[in-house]
Write a protein that binds this ligand. Sequence first.
Ligand SMILES: CC(=O)N[C@H]1[C@@H](OP(=O)(O)O)O[C@H](CO)[C@@H](O)[C@@H]1O
Ligand SMILES: [Mg+2]
Length: 542
Amino acid sequence: MSLESRIIEAYERHPFKPGKYEYGTAGFRMKSHLLDSIMFTVGLLACLRSHADNGKASGVMITASHNPIEDNGVKIVNQDGEMLPQEWEKYAIKLANSSNGKELFEAFSEVAKETGNEAILTDKSNPILVYIGKDTRPSSEALSASVIDGIKSLPNAKFFDFGVVTTPQLHWVVWRGNEENVQKTIENYYESTARSFSRLLDPSQKSTSRRQVFVDCANGVGGATMRKLEPHLKLLDITLLNESDLSLLNAGCGAEFVQKSRKFPSNFDKSNGTVISLDGDADRVVISYKKKDGSFGLLDGDKIATLFGKFVAELFTKNKLDCNLGVVQTAYANGASTKYLKSVLNPSNVACVATGVKHLHHKAKDFDVGVYFEANGHGTVTFTREAFKSVQDATQNVSDDSQIRLRSFFDLINPVVGDAICDFLAVEAVLDYYGWDYETWDNELYVDLPSVQTKLKVKDRRVVVTTSDETKVTSPDGFQNKLEKISAAYNKGRSFVRPSGTEDVVRVYAEAETEQEAKSLAQDVLKLVYDDLQGTEQPPTL
Ligand SMILES: CC(=O)N[C@H]1[C@@H](OP(=O)(O)O)O[C@H](CO)[C@@H](O)[C@@H]1O
Ligand SMILES: [Mg+2]
């Protein structure tokens, strides 16, 4: 049978549901019943990515992260373990919007030719290998089968199904497997993570005490992974919360809930002090704790970025390593965190980019070692091969604690994608190194300026144009001037507005010396947005 007939015949089993499908930061994400045909086309595109690299594995991860249970989604993992290159997103969109087999085959042939992969259409195809992973949602199994159907329509393509894994685990097996030219197992992930954590926490391997931690798994796929990892983590006494009740996936728990609502996750008893919250696919983490005065404390992505930045900078100095270390933030980073970072690093090594992990990750790679986190808890530390080699060279002494720590930190961290589990393990070990509890960490580096995040629906949010770092509005004319005048009336006042990329709203951020001032500034800016940008709803009262 010709390739054309194979694809047409197989695609008929996955009827296209009319719609216009977009591949965004989160890949394709929507109600799960719409995704069958899209999954098939994603299988084909992942094959093209692998073909383009002569058979290095690409990956397909099926998850909708922190979305409700009736949603699902899919993201392609590039052969280097990172996100799909941006210039390939248009190809994903083109295939996914093919309404029948003939159209799909034509689109596939065009993309193959345009990307220099025409051999895939012939019997001279390169080898092809795709790794597949999925979360625990009820719809994930069937959607994964649709991806596999797409892959199987190419006679030469091979795949390996890793089953239920977190998003970062799938990125890890793609990254490590291609780097080392062997197929990695998920067991390798557990061993590697546990080994580097144990050395980072306890370089001399003498400790007999165990740190107690509570981990809120959002009732997502992180629960299954934590359950399997837990026996390997001998230096931790772990209690898992919200582990696997799918009916409560991301409901009242998880990183998104905790960060946005500023509440403890359900089933956490405050008297236990501190809880670590993963999101639904375990690529974000935030920590909440009860302060000594009884109030709620949140340790978010900004706090993790500054902790890691400080730790790496100090251990580089201690081990006489001359690496260009940078920290990347967005405009949402608390002003106090930016001020702190500029005081410990060269100010030009503290960058601000547009919202969205892909912008942060991309910028981080301008540095030999780049730390980045969004306030929502997605982030990691990137490093070049050369930087990793310098760390290896500088940490040869197996009895020097600071050398073992530095090396183990780089072994533990996943440089290709934010991994909530590796990130929180690194936080635990770094806090132990400094001898800090969570509240000390929260107060020691800097104290957050009170801030408010709010939003407003307007007639057309696209009329708002900002500078590339989103800190200033460039259009409509005169808006920025008014905004700055309003902010200047408040002590340490800073405010910015931007059109959301994921919701039909303009977002407003304000911070100032006191909570009262931050609220009042946000309220003034909401009024400005309402008046000047044609608000279509009354501003909320803060
Ligand atoms: C202020 C805020 O939290 N923005 C979120 C949100 O983007 P918006 O463009 O602001 O809608 O969703 C993004 C994707 O999940 C996430 O990366 C980002 O941090
Ligand atoms: Mg996620």
